[in-house]
Design a protein around this ligand. Structure first.
Ligand SMILES: Cc1ncc(C[n+]2csc(CCOP(=O)(O)OP(=O)(O)O)c2C)c(N)n1
Ligand SMILES: [Mg+2]
Length: 340
């Protein structure tokens, strides 16, 4: 898989649920359900005209965020894409401030100016949300460079992006600089097979994305992104590796989005049968089925976690509804004009 023998460690993942404490497993179910219920409600609210603009749902891909984010430390940094609601939530941005942002209210994490694609929260070191494909990668490299220059050792910058980013020059420049300058970036590629309507295999001659990263000298791993424990194990190993020596790692997660690319997408590029096949691998039900089979979770446990998630969503909607609009007089606040 990679020329670097240090990466062999990253490939040794086991997913036996019994190796983990019950509380740990239930916490991962909770993480995934919070994202799922939040986004299902967002889709409804979009239909009702409460949320406007763009909305890209992560439904189907929750195991990646749930497997990675709990392994990061508060001083680490996180950079994501426009499909970032799940990462923001599990990084610790409150559901209230996310929902208020979706509504465009002043109480939102970006003061209502960013919307779905631009969730941002300096307090949790969640540095966006970015509408530009590949746009987060140089930001991550810059954050890691800043850490290195300031001798803040042991920090990791985790950068999530879709496989569509590999078609951008900035992907190659970012990986090259991270390796060349020996920067502590964890590149997390969420390969859901499509970039809008373009299948990876129709646009790239090399669809093993770890090979692209390995060509720049990064350690790499492939991971089943539909399995939250496999993601957890890979992410933990990768984070330990970056934290340990300050050098970058690239992980490719194989995942799938169950919903359309955004709210405007006729999905002419894939068949319903394909979507149904991938739904069989759904990260929530496959994990809960295994937990139940192992006697680690009951229907009642699941119902309780689900009730809690739904209540949190209800409260977030109430918070957003009660939120305020930014006064017109503040329209130019934070707008900078370079002096002539
Ligand atoms: C630089 C740039 N080019 C094109 C677009 C239009 N665009 C928006 S999303 C997208 C597909 C990206 O796919 P991927 O990176 O795989 O992420 P996914 O949507 O699958 O999560 C494109 C081409 C953009 N936002 N930015
Ligand atoms: Mg994609």
């Amino acid at each position: 898989m990679t020329a670097d023998p240090r990466a062999a460690e990253l490939l040794r993942f086991t997913t036996d649920v019994k190796r983990y404490p019950r509380e740990f497993c239930l916490a991962r179910v909770r993480d995934m359900l919070r994202i799922r219920r939040l986004e299902e409600r967002c889709a409804e609210l979009y239909g009702a005209g409460k949320i406007r603009g763009f909305l890209h749902l992560y439904i189907g891909e929750e195991a990646v965020a749930a497997g990675v984010l709990p392994n990061l430390a508060p001083e680490d940094a996180v950079v994501a894409t426009y499909r970032e609601h799940g990462q923001a939530l599990l990084r610790g941005v409150s559901m209230n401030s996310i929902m208020a942002e979706m509504y465009g209210k002043r109480e939102g994490c970006s003061r209502g100016r960013g919307g779905s694609m631009h969730l941002f929260d300096a307090a949790t070191r969640f540095f966006g949300g970015n509408a530009i494909v590949g746009g987060g990668l140089p930001l991550a490299v810059g954050l890691a460079l800043a850490d290195k220059l300031a001798h803040r050792t042991g920090r990791v910058t985790a950068c999530f992006f879709g496989e569509g980013a590999v078609a951008e020059g900035v992907f190659h420049e970012s990986l090259n600089l991270a390796a060349l300058w020996r920067l502590p970036v964890l590149f997390l590629c969420e390969n859901n097979l499509y970039a809008m309507g373009t299948a990876l295999a129709r646009s790239e001659s090399q669809i093993d994305l770890t090979k692209k990263a390995a060509s720049y000298g990064l350690r790499t791993a492939h991971v089943n992104g539909m399995n939250v424990l496999a993601v957890h194990e890979a992410a933990k190993a990768a984070i330990d590796a970056v934290r340990g020596d300050g050098l970058p790692v690239f992980v490719e997660f194989h995942t799938y989005r169950f919903r359309a690319h955004s709210m405007f997408d006729a999905e002419l590029y894939r068949g319903k049968d394909e979507v149904e096949r991938f739904k069989q691998l759904g990260p929530i039900h496959t994990f809960t089925d295994r937990l139940k089979a192992a006697g680690m979770m009951t229907e009642g446990d699941f119902a309780a976690i689900d009730r809690e998630a739904l209540a949190e969503v209800d409260a977030a909607v109430a918070f957003a509804e009660a939120g305020t609009w930014e006064p017109v007089g503040e329209l130019t606040r934070d707008v900078y004009t370079p002096s002539a």
